[in-house]
Structures are given as C-alpha cells and as structure tokens.
Design a protein around this ligand. Structure first.
Ligand code: SF4
Ligand code: SF4
Length: 100
C-alpha cells in the first residue's frame, strides 16, 4: 500500500527571505524547552502561550532581524512548524497579501 504525501515542503521557500510570518500565530507551550518567563503568557483557559505584543507578533521575535531571539529555547510547536509546508505557505500568502 502507498500513501500519498500531501504536505511536501516547497524547497524554494526559506525563512531567511521571509518576514517571520508564522511568528504572529498563537503558540501554545506544551513541553518545557526553556522559554524565558518574560516571554510566557497565560491564556483564558490557564494554558501557557508565547506572549505576543499588541501588534500580534511574538514577544521573542527580534524585530531588527525578524528572527527568533530564543532560537535554542524556542517552543516545540515552533520547532515543528516546517519551512515550505502548506501551513507555512498559507501564512506567507496571507501576510504578503495584506502587506501589498
Ligand atoms: S516557517 Fe515559513 S512562514 Fe515561518 S519564517 Fe519560515 S518561511 Fe516564513
Ligand atoms: S518563539 Fe521564536 S520561532 Fe516561536 S513564534 Fe516566537 S519568535 Fe517565532
């Protein structure tokens, strides 16, 4: 039996040529990766999330470089968000459409 892959990464997409579009998404902290306390918020259900600024960006995003300032301690969900995946492409499409 073969199973078709439906989430093949697009190799032409790289984070270095992206305004960190995915770093505006809600990020739940589901494992302990060492995220500094100052970047942790609590949602209305008591769950821990990455804190976001008023404009929606993750508080740990370095705005000068648009890269993660806590890369080695970034949450599990950020590690799993695959560059070039369908989710990545969707976020880029939505971001750059509104930025035009
Ligand atoms: S994973 Fe995708 S959306 Fe996120 S920074 Fe990289 S290229 Fe941009
Ligand atoms: S922790 Fe880092 S990779 Fe994750 S959303 Fe924040 S800035 Fe982006």
């Amino acid at each position: 039996m073969t199973i078709d892959l439906i989430n093949l990464p697009d190799k032409s997409i790289t984070c270095t040529k992206c305004d960190a579009c995915c770093c505006q998404l809600e990020v739940l902290l589901i494992t302990e990766t060492g995220v500094p306390e100052r970047f942790i918020a609590t949602d209305r259900w008591g769950g821990m999330t990455m804190a976001r600024l008023d404009d929606g960006w993750c508080a740990a995003l370095d705005r000068a470089t648009m890269s993660c300032s806590i890369y080695e301690q970034r949450p599990f969900i950020c590690r799993e968000f695959e560059m070039g995946s369908v989710d990545c492409i969707n976020e880029r499409t939505a971001y750059y459409r509104t930025a035009e």
